[in-house]
Ligand binder design. Structure first.
Ligand code: TPP
Ligand code: MG
Length: 742
């Protein structure tokens, strides 16, 4: 049909002009176009990945489909490289909006060497973009949430301690830029199902209590794989459940609509930025592509329900919106989509050609490539007080032998003085949470159930030494987030027996961060843990060992000193180290007469992986550590006294790394080896040492490799039972004698 061209009337022109300058909750028409471009790109990356998966060119796919609108909205509100991001796998549109490219995402999908998120180590949609402050993400649901809280805490801490940020040579501070913004926000997202994880609630609790600038985003698509939201969440609505947390700003929004989502996220972020506290955005979204490519939702969702969702698809809704508002016509939309398509093709072609990682790189970044804690730099001689200034009264007192507990306390104190980035927290570690009581001198202060952190809060202030809720994942997760930012948390787990709630953080997060991000992120920190039995009444839940569970984790350094001097030197190395360290302190050794020492100076360090020969000998090698050292020494001395057998006693001091060279040299000379440890016998730490000796020193052995350890039971309360269960000097004596006689 022919149309006649007419001049537009003046009024129509004015309306058109007005429309062009009209904004939508503050978004300009150009921003709406940009938003659609990102949303459409996000969907098309998913579609291309799905195709590539079907062609077996990539190996996994999980989509952000249905979550594009809320993602792009958040990306418009928040600032990449300024704010911090702990997104989850559905946040493709968010991450694209922050500045990641489809090509970068596809590099991860093919597992390319140049994949900036992980160097081919993680599945696709496991975001990490250092330049954008998008922190490396993992697969466990919810582990990111406590880390985000720690990240936000670090921002607040650094604002209050701006002089702590510069790089300092000689320790972990040399290797990472530490930055902060006065009004930064930490974004963390999760699905509806993930809000069932305990760590989610621990994170809300702390963010609320400390008024931290964390923006919690729950992307509620109604399902967690096949489990509907009402099974996960009492009453079916997470907003209702969290509404009682103080200090929060709450938003519940249709997350398939970018404009209302933008407004909601903006209000939430403004609240956080103003320092009023955390915000919680509950976005209702859809999940049109099943959970992942390994899931077919038709098995548990009827068509009628799926069609209802489809009617809310953010992509088609946005198209209609743009047309309705005359922002783009159909032609304009087609043009935009064609352009995206073309760019995508280039990205796919490039990604499929990208070089793959070399197999010999697999060991890279398990540990810091920059700082070697086994190195000579840590080999420092102790400088005892009398050597500094003989004769002076004060010094005389200082030169008296101190317990392990005292030297650990003194070491913490000197390190905190030296390094303002150190923060100490855990259960009961503060002198008193109610500072007032301390200031008014109404109380003396606690400083740890074993008094190891006594006086530190009073000396360094309540923002450097503080108590946490009884929530071990909270302690380790927050510490991990802080360490990612460059702080040095030295946290305490009160009893090894209660470390298990933190296990997800300890196995899947902390030690993995550097490796999985191909060295883009790291979280060097120290976890001090009171461990072990021989307590006479310690029973099952105050006596556990279990160090081999942690030495089995690559990326985690494990230290287990047997005396005060070693504890001081090794703790200092642990603190200055660029890796995460599990520092195991035997409770029975805290105040033992054995192994006391004067303070070895504020510079005393011991390299990791260097065993100590407690007693040289020629007939038999005993390899041990921790509280078994003094017991083995007693047994060895008796054996020599009674039978002239000379035992070489090796104290490993650190369990990962461990000093194979010293073991090998000794066993090569003595031709007999006994490994002794306090944990139950089977599958314990000694099993690995025994296997190595059998494997690599077989031709030097004149006898089988033996182990002496606890029984394969739990530790009992009644002292008669405890004695029977834990390895005693008599058991060690018998083990040594048998082996010497073999
Ligand atoms: C701790 C843990 N348990 C189980 C899984 C397996 N898993 C992966 S995603 C998922 C469902 C998550 O649902 P939701 O939080 O609602 O996020 P959505 O995928 O729906 O966006 C499950 C059970 C996991 N990754 N981590
Ligand atoms: Mg879900």
């Amino acid at each position: 049909m022919a149309t006649t061209k007419t001049e537009p009337k003046l009024a129509t022109v004015a309306v058109e002009e007005l429309k062009k300058t009209k904004t939508y909750e503050g978004l300009t028409r150009q921003q709406l176009i940009d938003a659609y471009r990102i949303m459409y790109t996000s969907r098309r990356v998913d579609d291309r990945e799905i195709l590539l998966k079907r062609q077996q060119k990539i190996f996994f796919q999980i989509s952000g489909a249905g979550h594009e609108a809320i993602g792009v909205a958040a990306s418009f509100v928040l600032k990449p490289g300024y704010d911090w991001f702990y997104p989850y796998y559905r946040d493709r549109a968010l991450v694209l909006g922050l500045g990641a490219s489809p090509y970068e995402m596809l590099l991860q999908a093919v597992g390319a060497a140049e994949d900036p998120s992980s160097g081919g180590r993680q599945m696709p949609s496991h975001w990490a973009y250092q330049r954008l402050n998008v922190v490396t993400q993992s697969s466990p649901t919810g582990t990111q949430i406590l880390q985000a809280v720690g990240c936000a805490e670090a921002g607040v801490y650094l604002r209050n301690h701006p002089n702590s940020t510069p790089r300092v040579n000689g320790d972990y501070r040399q290797f990472k830029d530490v930055t902060f913004q006065g009004d930064e926000v930490t974004y963390v997202s999760l699905g509806d199902g993930t809000s069932s994880e305990g760590e989610f609630w621990e994170a809300l609790n702390t963010a609320s209590n400390k008024k931290l600038p964390v923006l919690f985003m729950v992307e509620d698509n109604g399902y967690a794989i096949s489990v509907p939201v009402e099974v996960q969440t009492a009453g079916g609505n997470i907003s209702r459940l969290v509404s009682g947390f103080p200090n929060f700003h709450f938003e519940e929004v249709d997350g398939t609509d970018p404009v209302t989502s933008y407004a909601a996220v903006k209000r939430a972020a403004d609240y956080c930025r103003a320092g009023k506290g955390p915000a919680f955005v509950h976005a209702h979204v859809i999940r049109p592509y099943s959970h992942s490519l390994s899931d077919d939702e038709r098995l548990y969702r009827p068509d009628v329900e799926r069609q209802r969702d489809a009617a809310r698809d953010p992509i088609s809704r946005m198209q209609m919106f743009l047309i309705r508002e005359n922002v783009l016509d159909e032609k304009g939309i087609n043009q935009l989509e064609k352009q995206v398509e073309e760019e995508m093709q280039v990205a796919v072609d490039r990604a499929l050609e990208a070089p793959l990682p070399q197999p010999d790189t697999i060991y890279n970044f398990v540990y810091s490539p920059d700082l070697d804690p086994t190195g000579a730099a840590f080999d420092v001689q102790p400088l005892f007080p009398q050597a500094i200034e003989p004769g002076a009264g004060e010094v005389k007192k200082a030169s008296l032998p101190k317990t392990m507990a005292e030297l650990i306390n003194a070491t913490l104190k000197d390190e905190m003085k030296r390094d303002e980035r150190i923060v100490i927290f855990g259960e009961d570690v503060a002198d008193a949470s109610r500072e007032d009581y301390l200031k008014k001198k109404l109380v003396k202060g606690k400083g740890g159930v074993f008094k190891l952190t006594s006086g530190l809060q009073m000396t360094f202030g309540s923002d450097r030494v503080f108590n946490t809720p009884i929530a071990e994942a909270n302690i380790v997760g927050r510490a991990t987030g802080m360490a990612t930012r460059g702080l040095k948390p030295v946290v305490e787990i009160q009893f090894f027996d209660y470390i298990w709630p933190a296990m997800m953080q300890l196995r899947d997060e902390l030690p993995v961060i550097r490796w999985r991000s191909n060295n883009a992120f790291s979280s060097p920190l120290v976890i001090r843990v009171a461990i072990g039995g021989y307590l006479t009444g310690g029973a099952l839940y105050h006596s556990q060992c279990g160090e081999s569970i942690f030495t089995h984790i690559p990326g985690l350094r494990v230290v287990f000193p047997s005396n005060a001097l070693d504890a001081a030197g090794l703790l200092r190395t642990a603190i200055r180290c660029d890796d995460p360290v599990l520092f195991l302190e035997h409770k029975r050794l805290y105040r033992e007469t054995y192994g006391r020492s004067p303070y070895p100076s504020a510079d005393y360090t011991i390299p990791f992986g260097k065993a100590k020969v407690v007693q040289p000998g020629s007939d038999l090698t005993v390899i041990t550590y921790g509280a078994v050292v003094p017991r083995a020494l007693q047994a060895a001395q008796r054996l020599e006294r009674e039978h002239g057998v000379k035992v070489e006693l090796i104290d490993l001091r650190t369990l990962n790394p461990f000093d194979w060279d010293t073991i090998a040299a000794s066993v090569t000379r003595t031709n007999r080896a006994l490994v002794a440890y306090e944990d139950s016998l089977s599958w314990g730490y000694g099993a690995e040492i025994a296997a190595r000796i059998a494997d690599q020193l077989f031709e030097h052995l004149d006898a089988p490799v033996r182990r002496v350890a606890a029984t394969d039971t739990f530790v009992a309360y009644q002292p008669i039972l405890e004695d029977a269960i834990l390895p005693q000097a008599d058991d060690l004596y018998r083990g040594m004698k048998e082996l010497a006689d073999y």
